[in-house]
Write a protein of this length. Structure first.
Length: 350
């Protein structure tokens, strides 16, 4: 399809969104936007981008901040390793590239947390390099238009789509082509109920013409979802309560939470009180659970969390090496997972 990029670029000129990171091709802005939007819808991600850029307007300000502050600014976006990696990469740029964003694909790819897709996006958009991007939108558009049924989650599939994207790339305007292709997938060739009858590729789209649009792209496997059961202890002592820092290499690494007991299944108040983990926390101290929330489910990639909050009032302080005591006024300084933020908002600040 020799005119693919011309059709695509014309569509982009007529339909592209006015987004804050498109006002210039600054690699720092492109980088921050791409990392935020990896696992975040653009309507939510734009607000976070503006807040993040306002607090960290350049590489130096990001590099010189604390990880805890970066995580706090990231709070609510999830996939917190993205924020930790960005912070690390900013420090890399300051020490290894004299504070200037690297301008070659290979050097960009060396930065912590930057893979092929993000490196290609920055290289093409900011520096005009001939690197094609491959993301979910690109897989979907190309698989439908060209009728490619090779599973996208296989080595062969990744090679095939990468080769096709590079062959279609507009060598004169690689950045615009990449943005256009991603935008087309985000606005026109969407996962469900795409606007096929308004599509400029309708007459040549294989999936449309064989009436199998909903069957592309093809995946060979689906990861199983793991169920986990988190029992959070909201332990009040006067106007203060306890937090602990998650330090295991697990979800929400380095974020703060209430003391938590993870179980193999959902448990009630009586089962929690009699559990060895609970008794070890409080030793001989008599504890009464004041209230229990209904079970809340929180979905992560490949994990489904079943969460309950157990409210406990204590007359005396507990000293635990991993626990931090904080107040309603001070808690906003700590980066916390979304379920904890929601609970605090509902319980403390309503």
């Amino acid at each position: 399809m020799p005119d693919f990029h011309k059709i695509l670029t014309l569509w982009y000129q007529q339909n592209k969104r006015n987004l804050p990171w498109r006002t210039n091709n600054d690699p720092y802005s492109v980088w921050i936007s791409e990392i935020i939007l990896q696992q975040t819808r653009i309507d939510q991600g734009t607000a976070y981008y503006l807040r993040f850029i306002n607090r960290f307007p350049d590489i130096k300000s990001l590099a010189n901040s604390s990880e805890e502050e970066v995580l706090k600014m990231w709070q609510g976006l999830g996939y917190y390793s993205r924020a930790r990696n960005m912070h690390h990469a900013a420090m890399q740029i300051m020490t290894e590239f004299e504070g200037k964003f690297p301008s070659s694909y290979n050097n960009i790819r060396m930065l912590k947390g930057i893979g092929d897709y993000t490196a290609s996006a920055i290289a093409s958009i900011s520096f005009g390099l001939e690197n094609a991007v491959i993301d979910g939108n690109v897989y979907r558009v190309l698989s439908r238009v060209y009728g490619i049924d090779t599973p996208i989650d296989t080595g062969n599939g990744k090679k095939e789509f990468s080769a096709l994207a590079h062959s279609l790339l507009d060598k004169q305007n690689p950045g615009i082509f990449n943005e256009a292709l991603m935008e087309f997938g985000a606005l026109q060739c969407v996962p469900r109920n795409p606007s096929c009858f308004q599509c400029p590729f309708q007459d040549r789209c294989v999936a449309f013409n064989i009436n199998k649009v909903d069957q592309f792209p093809v995946k060979s496997k689906q990861a199983k979802q793991k169920n986990r059961y988190f029992n959070y202890l909201y332990i009040l002592n006067n106007d203060n309560f306890y937090l602990e820092k998650r330090q295991a290499k697990d979800i929400w690494h380095n974020l703060y939470q209430f003391p938590m007991i993870e179980t193999q299944q959902s448990i009630d108040e009586t089962e929690l009180l009699s559990s060895p983990e609970f008794q070890n926390l409080f030793n001989e101290l008599k504890v009464t659970i004041e209230s229990v929330t209904p079970e809340i489910t929180h979905l992560l990639t490949h994990q489904k969390l079943h969460i309950r909050f157990f409210k406990i009032n204590l007359a005396q302080k507990i000293i635990k090496s991993k626990w931090i005591i904080t107040s309603k006024r001070e808690v906003s300084k700590f980066p916390v997972p979304k379920p904890i933020e929601n609970y605090l908002t509902n319980k403390l600040f309503d």
